[in-house]
Design a protein. Structure first.
Lengths: 214, 225, 247
């Protein structure tokens, strides 16, 4: 049992690392898309809409297979880890975009108008009025997305990345201790997700406290 | 070079086999969805009870499926059951079990949420108008509950369809597996085949899921509460 | 532009919304230092008219001239205009994530790029005048509606506008708090600020306005010096309106 611990530690780390990087990119993409949609910027809005529909209506596994097995055939090669991150960012970006957009739209119109009335530019509106308030509306959805994306890393098993699920599968094949292995697997996810869940609940409460003005 | 690769798909029985694979997926999905709708509905209603004793086990059940990735569940049932219970399950059966359990858990949450969110004063106004309990359910509560259940339910179904992609990882011969077989056979003649096959699969899933999510959105807008 | 020209002129202003005519050719001259009250039944277009003056609503016809320069063209930089024409809304809308003083200084510092010390001095002085200097570091959620509205007025004043627009600013306040806000506006009127006030508070309009504009269904029905409007209006319609309010 203790012999496999180092494997789990690596697997845990890989899962966290890839999920973390993927989520950071997803947030950036999501933010960009939601700003574009909020201001209804001409051509970009349509591109964003297409992106959102495609990313949300296709399974991560297919996206990964396409990146990992399909693209090399036309000359574009990414490593497994890169594919994983790109896939997670692609999928996650669309979910984040949705959360941020509804957060921004939840900021009352009168707040935005008042901001305009005192002469703020669009960038200033975003920075001082919309985003600070949108954050407090977005936290619950954002949290749910993070948890979802971390769970999706299990799909990386399909392209030979040794995160938690894949590692467990292989260890079961080698050691035949299915029950223990799967128990460790579940514990592995709990180790990541439970603290995250608690943190997000705390964050939600904290940001709401700062927000209640009008 | 690229062109001939696409043609492979139409060669022989390839397209036919792809559709066959898709049907396997859809069959499992369909049965799981039916079970989900029925069982989820029933359990959802049960879960509106205020009793802690009733709530707790179901809550644990739901959280288990919320925390643990579906792929992991598939592996668990696929490997653990034969190892411990001397039962041999086909991968399709495993898929069906996992998807039904998952769907039911989520569906019960949707139904429960819908029932709880019905405005209380509707009940009072109906009573004040002299409606019987049956009439109240028929004309006031159920129509409103349906509006709150159907869009999220379609959303759940879309997610379930997307997740069927994972079935390839436990060996179910569905559309992705078929695609991979086609790639293996044709790789030597047509090096770029992988690009096209996965491209088509991408497109296929999109074609199934996109209409569903559009439907859900339209209904949600139309029935905006 | 000479002393006797109006600072703001509205000529045959037309606005449509989803095919419906909302403003039907409004003409108005606003002179420096004068207070105009706009009265009328709900839906007559008075708020919409006000919002056209600082660019929050687009117009489909007619012209708005600020110091003889037309504002109704694509080249208008509304951000600059809004520094000269300040507006206070019914929903006061202080920014919840900023303190009172930060709310007030946001525009002077970030839009007008003024020196911080100078802006802060003005802000504190204005707060003193409305009696809220000690609340400078509080957050909006700690204040009452009347206090928030007074601060919203200070926030608009701190930009040194030439004209102030007030859109039903007491409509969402509890009756006890209406007075403190009206007192601030009265103070401003006495100091010679050019103002256009949309309000339901008849007594207040009578007290503070130089001229009353009475609107109905998107048109100006009557435009009369204030005292005369309330004692002997020129039109039948205005008289009916005043009678109803005697309830």
């Amino acid at each position: 049992m203790t012999e496999v611990l180092p494997f789990y530690k690596t697997a845990l780390w890989v899962t966290l690392k890839l999920a973390g990087i993927g989520i950071v990119f997803a947030i950036s993409i999501g933010l960009l898309c939601s700003v574009i949609q909020y201001f209804k910027i001409r051509i970009l809005t349509n591109i964003v809409r297409v992106y959102l529909e495609v990313a949300r209506n296709t399974p991560l596994l297919i996206q990964l297979f396409f990146l990992y097995y399909g693209l090399p055939k036309i000359g574009i090669m990414f490593s497994e880890e890169q594919c994983g991150i790109i896939g997670l960012a692609f999928l996650g970006g669309s979910y984040m975009a949705e959360v941020f957009r509804s957060g921004m739209e939840a900021v009352s119109k009168t707040q935005v108008e008042t901001g305009k009335a005192i002469g703020l530019s669009n960038t200033q509106l975003m920075r001082y009025i919309i985003i600070p308030q949108a954050i407090s509306y977005s936290v619950p959805g954002f949290g749910a997305n993070c948890i979802f994306l971390i769970k999706e890393t299990s799909v990386f098993s399909g392209i030979a990345i040794f995160e938690l699920t894949n590692t467990t599968k292989n260890l079961m094949g080698i050691f035949y201790k299915t029950n223990e292995a799967l128990l460790m697997l579940v514990i592995g996810y709990l180790i990541i997700l439970l603290p995250l869940s608690l943190f997000l609940t705390w964050l939600e409460r904290r940001v709401r406290h700062a927000e209640f003005g009008n | 070079m690229l062109n001939s690769a696409i043609n492979v798909l139409f060669e022989g029985k390839n397209m036919y086999r792809l559709i066959e694979g898709l049907l396997v997926t859809l069959k499992i999905g369909f049965i799981a969805v039916v079970i989900t709708m029925v069982a989820g509905f029933v359990i959802g209603i049960i879960r509106t009870s205020k009793s802690r004793m009733v709530q707790l086990p179901f809550r644990i059940y739901l959280e288990l499926f919320r925390i643990i990735p579906i792929l992991v569940w598939l592996f668990v049932i696929y490997y653990i059951v034969p190892a411990n219970f001397d039962l041999s399950l086909s991968s399709e059966t495993v898929a069906l079990i996992v998807f039904s359990l998952w769907g039911t858990a989520e569906m019960s949450d949707i139904v429960r949420g819908a029932i709880i969110s019905l405005p209380k004063h509707q009940l009072e106004s109906s009573k004040a108008l002299g409606l019987s309990i049956v009439q109240m359910y028929r004309f006031v509560l159920i129509p409103q509950a349906i509006k709150r259940v159907i869009p999220p339910m379609i959303n759940l179904i879309t997610r379930m369809v997307k997740t069927t992609a994972l079935l390839t990882m436990i060996g179910v011969v569905e559309v992705i597996k078929v695609g991979q077989q086609i790639i293996e056979v044709n790789s030597s003649h047509h090096p770029t085949i992988a690009f096209w096959v996965y491209g088509i699969l991408f497109f296929l899933y999109f074609c199934i899921c996109f209409p569903l999510s559009q439907l859900s959105r339209k209904l949600e807008q139309k029935w905006a509460v | 532009m000479s002393e006797s020209d109006p600072i703001l002129q509205v000529k045959k202003l037309i606005k449509t919304f989803e095919g419906k005519l909302v403003l039907n050719g409004i003409d108005l001259d606003v002179y420096k230092g004068k207070v105009i009250a706009i009265l009328g039944p709900s839906g007559c277009g008075k708020s919409t008219f006000l919002r056209c003056l600082n660019g929050l609503e687009e117009v489909q016809g007619g012209d708005i001239l600020l110091e003889n320069k037309s504002l109704v063209n694509k080249a208008t930089n509304w951000r600059l205009v809004r520094q000269r024409i300040g507006m206070v809304f019914q929903s006061y809308d202080l920014f919840p994530n900023l303190t009172v003083i930060e709310n007030i200084l946001l525009s002077p510092l970030k839009v007008q790029k003024r020196n911080r010390q100078e802006a802060e001095n003005q802000a504190l002085e204005l707060l003193e005048r409305v009696g809220l200097k000690d609340r400078a570091d509080d957050y909006p959620r700690q204040l009452s509606g009347g206090q928030k509205q007074r601060i919203a007025i200070v926030r608009a004043l701190c930009m040194n506008p030439e004209i102030m627009l007030f859109d039903e600013v007491t409509a969402s306040l509890d009756p006890e708090m209406v007075r403190e806000v009206l007192e601030v506006i009265e103070q401003l009127a006495n100091q010679g600020m050019t103002m256009i006030i949309v309000t339901h508070e008849m007594n207040f309009a009578r007290l503070v306005a130089d001229e009353v504009v009475f609107m109905e269904q998107g048109s100006i029905v009557e435009q009369t010096p204030a005292e005369q409007f309330f004692t002997k209006p020129k039109t039948e319609r205005a008289q009916q309106f005043l009678n109803i309010l005697q309830f």
